[in-house]
Design a protein. Structure first.
Length: 417
């Protein structure tokens, strides 16, 4: 298993460009199935999850090339509605294929994706939305067998603004007959990016970014080209790393409005942040102040995908902060590892109390999940001595060449394979 070795203490300085978002490219890749034509996606991140999605799409007959951040996909050759179990188990996001394959073939057989490192992650809301559109779903032996004679537009009230369920419902409704309204939809920017791509293919959809999305079903879609939106979580992670090290950095290809909840917390910590065009400049004080509270919420609240990285930052802040994780049940696995590095953190259910210390000390720690792993890298950048972060396969699901990005900003970090 690969690991990162970090010699802590360097202040991050310089400029870095953020690439396309994992959480945008995955549903968009699934959406390409709907057209049965060629789609071209640019600025795609070269990540394990993206390769898994490509492998799944190839296994059901699609033709794909991925070179220099450009994915060209021809879904006219789709030949199967059965998604291989091994690949579905590898990546939860394979569930995004339900809506498009049902739209295109009227059938899908897919294994239940199950839970993952950050919690049980049920798919009841996806199932309810698809059933509302007329899909008959049978669950047996760990598989979902779904069938529909013709999807019918309807009103879908989501009990919770689930990002994935909103995306799956959109994808199923695009080729349905009539109008679908998704009420209490998730408002995340990745849903707006999905809408932009679908509109380029000729879909009739509006409202993404608000809590009500309206789709008029169409019979056919066309070829489209789309540039994937910048990854707001990578942007936030780099800003947090800059803040933790007392840095002075410029992040390019960033959309400031997508990271406002993070920027506002960083300002509370004493960082100066300047937004200009598609750049964000951060200048951090030598030692940041603790923020009182961080509560994860659906967008535009503070993102759960930034909770761990921000906690790493708070471990060395002046003062005490209180975190509440409201989205996932099991997203504090980084806490034991941060504690091993000298952090003072207490957990009580969904609340974590972080008492800032003057310094962390380097240690051998294990990434247990994607963002928790990124948090350990940030901790390693500020710790005294050497930190080894093991099991970085988790980190590499969501960060392309994380070590190289940080090295470009002056960090002393390298990867051992
Ligand atoms: C690929 C992708 O885009 N992943 C993101 C997406 O995940 P994902 O789409 O899985 O997250 P959801 O918004 O669906 O999940 C939020 C909460 O709803 C629950 N839930 C969800 C669906 C369902 O059918 N039933 C149910 O109970 C989940 O267990 C969780 O507690 O949004 C999350 C919340 O911003 C992010 O952390 C993930 O990075
Ligand atoms: C939890 C995440 O992703 P996924 O939904 O792909 O597991 C994440 O990106 O932090």
């Amino acid at each position: 298993m690969s690991k990162f070795v970090i010699h802590g203490g360097n202040r991050l300085q310089g400029e870095i460009r953020v690439g396309g978002a994992k959480n945008a490219v995955l549903p968009i890749l699934a959406a390409t199935v709907l057209s049965g034509k060629v789609s071209i996606l640019t600025d795609c991140p070269n990540l394990k999850d993206v390769h898994t999605m490509i492998e799944i799409l190839r296994s059901i007959g699609c033709r794909i090339s991925f070179e220099d951040a450009v994915i060209t996909i021809d879904t006219s050759t789709l030949s199967s509605y059965e998604v291989p179990e091994g690949l579905v188990r590898e990546m939860r996001s394979s569930i995004f294929l339900m809506g498009p394959i049902l739209g295109r073939c009227g059938k899908i057989k897919i294994s239940y994706p199950g839970g993952c490192e950050i919690g049980p992650r049920p798919i009841d809301l996806h199932i309810k939305a698809l059933e509302a559109l007329g899909v008959k779903i049978t669950e047996a032996h760990g598989f979902l067998e779904c069938e529909v004679l013709g999807l019918k537009g309807c009103e879908i009230h989501l009990d919770y603004p689930s990002v994935g369920a909103t995306e799956n419902a959109i994808l199923a409704a695009i080729l349905a007959e009539g109008t679908t309204r998704i009420i209490n939809a998730a408002k995340e920017p990745e849903i707006v990016d999905l809408q932009d791509f679908l509109q380029k293919m000729g879909a009739k959809i509006h409202g993404a970014g608000t809590s009500e999305i309206i789709i008029e079903g169409v019979k056919e879609l066309r070829e489209a080209e789309h540039r994937i939106m910048p990854d707001r979580i990578v942007t936030g992670t780099i800003l947090a790393a800059g803040a933790a090290t007392g840095g002075d950095i410029l992040v390019t290809n960033a959309i400031a409005s997508h990271v406002h909840p993070i920027i506002s917390k960083l300002k509370e910590c004493g960082c100066l942040i300047l937004e200009k065009g598609d750049t964000l400049k951060l200048k951090a004080p030598e030692r940041i102040r603790a923020v009182d509270t961080v509560k994860t919420l659906p967008y535009p609240g503070f993102p759960t995908d930034m909770q761990a990285q921000f906690m790493a930052l708070m471990t060395v802040a002046r003062g005490t902060s209180f975190f509440t994780e409201t989205i996932f049940e099991n997203r504090y696995k980084h806490v034991d590892e941060l504690t091993r590095m000298g952090a003072k953190i207490k957990i009580d259910g969904r609340v974590a109390v972080i008492k800032g210390v003057k310094k962390l000390t380097g240690a051998r720690v294990f990434a247990k999940d994607l963002r928790g792993g990124a948090a350990l890298v940030i901790a390693g950048l500020i710790a005294e001595g050497i930190t080894t972060v093991e099991d970085i396969v988790h980190i590499e699901r969501g960060y392309e060449q994380f070590d190289k990005m940080l090295e470009q900003l002056g960090a002393n970090i390298y990867k051992i394979k």
